[in-house]
Write a protein that binds this ligand. Structure first.
Ligand SMILES: [Mg+2]
Length: 360
């Protein structure tokens, strides 16, 4: 069955919320995050500032050079989280299959929609209109039969865009797509591809799966499918998400507790970032330990108050590790998972501007 997937992405999210709430910022080049003394980075720039080349993740100093009249605005996370909950409420009128990627971005599977509208394009139109009418903000939407194409499509006519790429158009769309637009292709890989004279999807398509794997490792297999329009990844709603885990198999077995702590720190960070993106908190933390002889144990702890912060996850994992009797067996894998979720509807903490996630 052909799926109907919508990717919705709010336009210049933080900056648009500030311009909505403070008329004095409207029509002005503003940056949320960063500061006029040149410290920090821009989290989101208004479209007026983007005309000057100001972008997300750009150091304030550089942003000021490009746009000397740029206004820096302190982020208000409570406001953004409230808007985010409002957007999700609008989505939920049409489907429960909602996979948030961040506060301002989500995949929706509307193969079967609650209102029996049937047309994904019509649903995307209605959602955009509801966001405009009820929240006074604009969003861009991409509509297609896979997550990958829907996501790229939402980016095509920003702001206030709506792009539909039907199943019969997907292959030619992918062939014309520049390699840097491919999911997972960062600057380094894009440069590598260009040096190999690979510029578009059509160029990637000329290579066999084996050649792509040889050149780009595991991602090669993904490129092979995606360039042929094959992307079977499902839309996973938060409600369905049973656990979020991160684990790592080590290049050499670990025997020293300090080394294990270092690994737990990395894993805790990964889990915390993923929880934040999905706006989830977990009540149960599980530590997985696999020994060099491949035997494995798990230890769990549950909390009265759900956790999502890096420090809480790291501390709990360390405490569980203390209760593990290693018996001098080297460890080859450690894993941390969080489960027993609760969705954060509106979080009360205002957040640390230094830990801004970047939202366009
Ligand atoms: Mg956005």
């Amino acid at each position: 069955m052909i799926r109907k997937i919508i990717h919705i992405d709010m336009d210049a999210f933080y900056a648009s919320v500030e311009q909505r709430d403070f008329p004095e910022y409207r029509g002005k080049a503003i940056a949320v995050g960063g500061s006029p003394d040149g410290r920090g980075v821009v989290a989101t720039a208004s479209y007026e500032a983007r005309k000057f080349g100001v972008k997300s993740a750009m150091p304030s100093r550089q942003a000021l050079q490009l746009c000397p009249h740029l206004l820096f605005v302190r982020p208000r996370f409570d406001a953004y989280k409230t808007v985010s909950a409002g957007i999700r409420e609008i989505f939920s009128r049409y489907t429960d299959l909602i996979e948030p990627l961040s506060l301002d971005e989500a995949y929706l599977d509307v193969t079967e929609d609650k209102l029996n509208i049937g047309s994904a394009l019509e649903i995307a139109k209605q959602i955009k209109q509801a966001i405009k009418d009820e929240l006074q903000l604009t969003a861009s939407a991409g509509v297609s039969s896979s997550k990958f194409v829907a996501k790229i499509a939402s980016d095509i006519n920003k702001p206030d865009g709506l792009t539909f790429i039907g199943p019969s158009k997907i292959e030619s769309f992918m062939e014309n797509l520049p390699v840097e637009k491919f999911f997972g292709v960062g600057k380094v890989t894009a440069k590598k591809m260009k040096n190999m004279d690979l510029h578009t999807g059509a160029d990637l398509k000329k290579l066999s799966e084996q050649e792509l794997i040889q050149k780009f490792g595991k991602s090669g297999r993904f490129y092979y499918s995606i360039v042929r329009g094959i992307d079977e990844r499902q839309v996973h709603s938060s409600r369905e998400t049973k656990s979020l885990a991160a684990e790592d198999t080590f290049a050499y077995d670990l025997l020293i507790v300090e080394e294990m702590h270092k690994e737990l720190e990395k894993l805790a960070d990964k889990v915390a970032v993923r929880l934040d993106k999905r706006q989830l908190k977990g009540r149960t933390l599980t530590l997985k330990v696999k020994y060099s002889d491949f035997t494995q144990i798990t230890r769990s702890q549950s909390f009265a108050t759900p956790i999502a912060e890096f420090e809480d996850i790291f501390e709990a994992a360390k405490a569980l590790l203390e209760n593990v009797d290693f018996d001098n067996k080297p460890i080859r894998l450690l894993g941390i998972s969080l489960s027993n979720f609760r969705e954060i509807i509106v979080a009360s903490n205002s957040g640390d501007p230094n830990q801004l996630l970047l939202f366009d």
